[in-house]
Design a protein around this ligand. Structure first.
Ligand code: AMP
Length: 290
């Protein structure tokens, strides 16, 4: 495994990929867990060359967010990536990605980025779209791997690829969970033991809403209320939003239709951590990850 720590070196490498080789990219912010590694394993199986990036992207954090305390452990991450068979790890510095005079952000507009995470974290998707577009330009992958855990991010990146004519395919993998259902997240490291216990409420709320959908409940207002009520039942959790929406547009659904995909999404604060989770039901009725 080779570690590439400058944009210039990575661009040079990206211009010399062997003809016909399939290049896979797995973008991360590091502090890796089994969720990240599931993306790496998929890339390893499907690509000739696997590039993982580790970059805590300042542009996607708001001024009052957790950029400075975001957990980091580069030596451990490198060992995990090496073990998973990654060929190249790209670890640029913030100064290299955003040098003095940097001016050209990719700023998605419209309902896709104005609701849910976009409403709670103004500018977040501008930062995400900018860094992902940069990574695509720098690495020149054929396939890019992202997690369904960040459902709205997936929708934004799908749109980014279409709108900017990136010639690559997006591969989205199911959310990996702890044994008690909590979605794996680097931010789970912020939780004290009692908060860690309380954090399972997101999964439990989604599981209850899923049960209602499976039993034929089509009224989304009732499903939203069920999600909110579940969170309200856990004193240490504070709801940010709970919604039932279209996973492509992120617009709220008035009703659940049998042949259309549905996304149940939730965001809540538990102690110092802001947590998100979702369940995706595909158009064929299958729940993602089943
Ligand atoms: P992050 O380091 O949080 O930016 O995540 C890097 C990538 O890993 C993103 O595509 C995430 O959606 C994905 N990811 C994060 N947590 C999980 C998880 N629990 N299961 C699957 N993918 C995940």
């Amino acid at each position: 495994m080779h570690t590439i720590s400058t944009v210039a070196e990575m661009i040079a490498l990206g211009q010399r990929w062997p003809a016909g080789a399939v290049i896979g990219l797995v973008p991360t912010m590091g502090y890796l867990h089994t969720g990240h590694l599931s993306l790496v394993h998929a890339a390893r199986q499907e690509c000739d060359t696997v590039v993982a990036s580790i970059f805590v992207n300042p542009a996607q954090f708001g001024p009052r967010e957790d950029l400075s305390r975001y957990p980091r452990d580069l030596p451990r991450d490198l060992a995990l990536l090496e073990e998973a068979g990654v060929d190249y790890v790209f670890t640029p510095s913030a100064q290299d990605v955003y040098p003095p005079g940097f001016a050209c952000y990719i700023a998605p507009v419209g309902p896709l980025v104005e609701r849910l995470e976009g409403a709670s974290r103004p500018g977040h998707f501008r930062g995400v779209a900018t860094v992902v577009a940069k990574l695509f330009q720098i690495v020149r992958p054929d396939r890019a791997y992202f997690g369904q855990k960040d459902a709205q991010q997936v929708a934004v990146i799908r749109q980014l690829i279409a709108d900017l004519h990136f010639v690559l395919t997006l591969h989205v993998l199911p959310t990996i969970r702890e044994p008690d259902g909590l979605a794996m997240s680097s931010r789970n490291a912020y939780l004290a033991p009692d908060e860690r216990q309380a954090a399972t409420i997101l999964y439990r709320a989604l599981t209850e809403a899923r049960r209602l959908v499976d039993s034929g409940e089509g009224r989304t207002d009732l499903l939203r209320a069920a999600l909110a009520r579940a969170i309200a039942g856990e004193a240490r959790a504070h709801l940010d939003y709970a919604d039932v929406c279209d996973p492509h547009t992120m617009l709220p659904l008035a009703r659940i239709e049998p042949d259309r995909p549905v996304l149940l999404v939730i965001a809540a604060r538990v102690g110092p951590a802001r947590l998100i989770d979702n369940f995706l039901r595909h158009a064929d009725g299958r729940w993602d990850g089943d």
